[in-house]
Design a protein around this ligand. Structure first.
Ligand SMILES: [Mn+2]
Length: 302
C-alpha cells in the first residue's frame, strides 16, 4: 500500500510545548523503515504547513487558545489527507498535539461521505477531548478536537474544511479512557459515544474488550480512522507525552489493539499524536509510536 506520512509539527493545542518535535522523533525512531519492511511504499507527503512558533504567538481567546493558527494548519492538513484518500493511499498523520485530528477527521469525514461510507473512529486516549469552549478548564484546543469533529463547539472548528459535523458520535469508540472533565463527560453521554474505560478493561479483561471493539466497528462502520494519543499508555512505557497519567495501557495491550484493528481490514487513515521528545527518555515513546504504526499497518510477528 502507498502510505503517505503527513507530519504536523504543531503544539498550539496543548499547554506543555514540545510535541511539535514529535514528527522528527518518530522519523528518527525509524517509522519509515518499519513500514517499508512490511512492504509499504512510504512517502513523506505535503510540506508541513508554515506555522508561527507558539512562544512568539498571541494565544487570543482564553477559551480557545491559538484558534487561528490551529484552524489554518488543520485546513491545510485536511486537504492533504483527502488527497491521499482519493488517491487510494493511506494517510498517516504524525503529531503534534491532538488538535491535528481536526484536520484528519474533517478529511476522513468528507471522503467517507462522498463514498457513501459510514465513518467510525477509534479514539485511543486517556482523555475525552470532548470539551467545548464553555466546559474546557484550560482553553486548550487539543481537549476540544473530537467534540468539534462531532459538531459541538466553535464554528471555526466544526466547519473546518467543509461545513457541518464530520463524525457521527454514535460511531466513535474510546479505549483506555481514564480522565474526563465533568462537563465533557456529560457531553459524551448526550452525544452517545461508546467508552471502554480503563476500569472497563480491568473488569472485563483486555481480550474481551478487543472483541467488543471489533464488533462495534463491524456493526457500525465501513471505514475506520484510528486516532492514537500516546498518553493512553502508562507513563512507564511512554513517558514522552504532554499529559502523562498513571494506570494506563501497557505497550503489549496497545500493540495488540493495533493488530486487531489491522485485521478488521477497514482502517483507512490514522494519526499518532502527543509524542513529546522534551519529556521523553531515550526516545522510547517515539520508538513505541513507530511500532504501533507498523502493527496498525499489518506487521505480524508470526
Ligand atoms: Mn488526546
Amino acid at each position: 500500500m502507498d502510505v503517505r506520512i503527513l507530519e504536523m509539527p504543531l503544539d498550539f493545542g496543548a499547554s506543555r510545548h514540545g510535541s511539535d518535535m514529535g514528527p522528527s522523533a518518530m522519523r528518527l525512531a525509524g517509522i519509515r523503515d518499519a513500514l517499508e519492511r512490511i512492504g509499504h511504499r512510504v512517502t513523506r507527503h505535503g510540506a508541513p504547513p508554515d506555522m508561527p512558533t507558539q512562544e512568539y504567538a498571541d494565544p487570543g481567546d482564553p477559551h480557545a487558545k491559538y484558534l487561528a493558527p490551529i484552524a489554518a494548519a488543520c485546513s491545510a492538513l485536511a486537504r492533504e489527507v483527502e488527497d491521499a484518500l482519493s488517491a487510494g493511499a493511506f494517510p498517516l498523520v504524525l503529531g503534534g498535539d491532538h488538535s491535528v485530528a481536526l484536520g484528519s477527521l474533517a478529511a476522513a469525514g468528507a471522503a467517507a461521505k462522498k463514498a457513501g461510507a459510514r465513518l467510525g473512529v477509534l479514539y485511543v486516549d486517556a482523555h475525552g477531548d470532548f470539551n467545548t469552549p464553555e466546559t474546557s478548564p484550560t482553553g486548550n484546543i487539543h481537549g476540544q478536537c473530537l467534540a468539534a469533529s462531532c459538531g459541538l463547539g466553535l464554528p471555526q472548528l466544526v466547519d473546518l474544511h467543509e461545513p457541518g459535523r464530520k463524525v457521527d458520535p454514535e460511531r466513535v469508540c474510546f479505549v483506555g479512557t481514564r480522565d474526563l472533565d465533568p462537563g465533557e463527560r456529560d457531553a459524551m453521554r448526550r452525544a452517545g459515544v461508546t467508552v471502554f474505560s480503563m476500569s472497563e478493561i480491568d473488569r472485563r479483561g483486555f481480550p474481551a474488550v478487543l472483541r467488543a471493539v471489533s464488533e462495534f466497528f463491524r456493526e457500525r462502520a465501513d471505514w475506520v480512522h484510528v486516532s492514537f494519543d500516546m498518553d493512553v499508555l502508562d507513563p512507564m512505557f511512554a513517558p514522552g507525552t504532554g499529559i502523562p497519567l498513571p494506570a494506563g495501557l501497557t505497550n503489549r495491550e496497545a500493540l495488540l489493539l493495533m493488530e486487531e484493528m489491522a485485521d478488521s481490514g477497514i482502517v483507512k487513515s490514522a494519526e499518532i499524536v502527543e509524542v513529546n521528545p522534551v519529556l521523553d527518555v531515550r526516545n522510547q515513546t517515539a520508538v513505541l509510536a513507530a511500532a504501533l504504526a507498523a502493527r496498525l499497518l499489518g506487521e505480524k510477528i508470526w
